[in-house]
Design a protein. Structure first.
Length: 243
């Protein structure tokens, strides 16, 4: 859990707060990881129209005072353990598997099984994955496959906030891995599909309220909106499943 702790603390990227206006509407400033981004950006305008609250989102930064954070559930649990997120406030929103992509028009390697993917990785000239939850899993997967040492010279990790798909589209790596929901919106790549079922890993994205939140009711309203059944088609369209 040490790497999760580092990522959890590091992603607290900006001071996030909510301030109530004279109409009792709140300006909700949220910090979030990119896994839920596509669905979130489609859902938030509807939330703003129906609630009168306004939402401003930061996708990276650091700070100690905020109201709402959305990131992989393991990181939320770390923050609860650190006394920064309210115990019992974790709300699971959606889950995503890891996908695979190559540059648009490039040869499409066989990824139909774990063994086929292993062969494709050994053959590839360069491989990209993120520094977040999917990257942590892949580093461990390559160890278990017994190919970590062979792949190490080929590995390129995307900087925080930079989608792996953008690296692939620019030709900086031949094959890339990230949450399906983070690959699908990127142009210039061919999405090959999810990891094979025998090695797939799902990340749950969750929300949590800071221990010092000023507007807990508005934060809960946003969480409830994203969790509502009406949001499920948008979440699925983004490549995720409701949690």
């Amino acid at each position: 859990m040490g790497r999760c702790r580092t990522a959890a603390v590091g992603i607290l990227g900006a001071t996030v707060w909510m301030s109530a206006g004279i109409t009792n509407a709140a300006e909700i400033q949220v910090i979030a990881s990119g896994g839920l981004k596509a669905a979130y950006l489609e859902l938030v305008p509807s939330f703003e129209r129906t609630s009168a609250h306004r939402v401003s989102t930061t996708w990276a930064g650091s700070g100690d005072i905020f109201d709402l954070v959305i990131m992989p559930a393991a990181f939320i649990d770390e923050l609860i353990g650190l006394g920064k997120v309210v115990p019992g406030s974790r709300a699971d929103l959606a889950k995503s598997g890891i996908g695979v992509a190559v540059r648009a028009g490039a040869p499409r390697p066989d990824i139909g099984s774990g063994e086929a993917l292993r062969r494709a990785l050994l053959f590839a000239g360069s491989i990209a994955y993120s520094t977040s939850a999917s990257g942590i899993y892949l580093a461990d997967l390559f160890q278990r496959m017994g190919i970590a040492d062979a792949l190490q010279p080929k590995i390129k990790q995307s900087p925080p906030g930079v989608p792996v798909g953008e690296m692939i589209a620019r030709g900086e790596a031949e094959i890339g891995f990230q949450q399906v929901s983070e690959l699908l919106p990127v142009s210039g790549i061919d999405y090959l599909g999810p990891l094979p079922t025998d090695i797939q890993h799902f990340t749950v994205f969750a929300a949590g309220r800071h221990i010092g939140t000023r507007e807990p009711d508005a934060a809960k309203a946003l969480i409830d909106f994203i969790k509502a059944p009406a949001a499920h088609p948008i979440i699925r369209k983004s490549g995720m499943e409701p949690a």
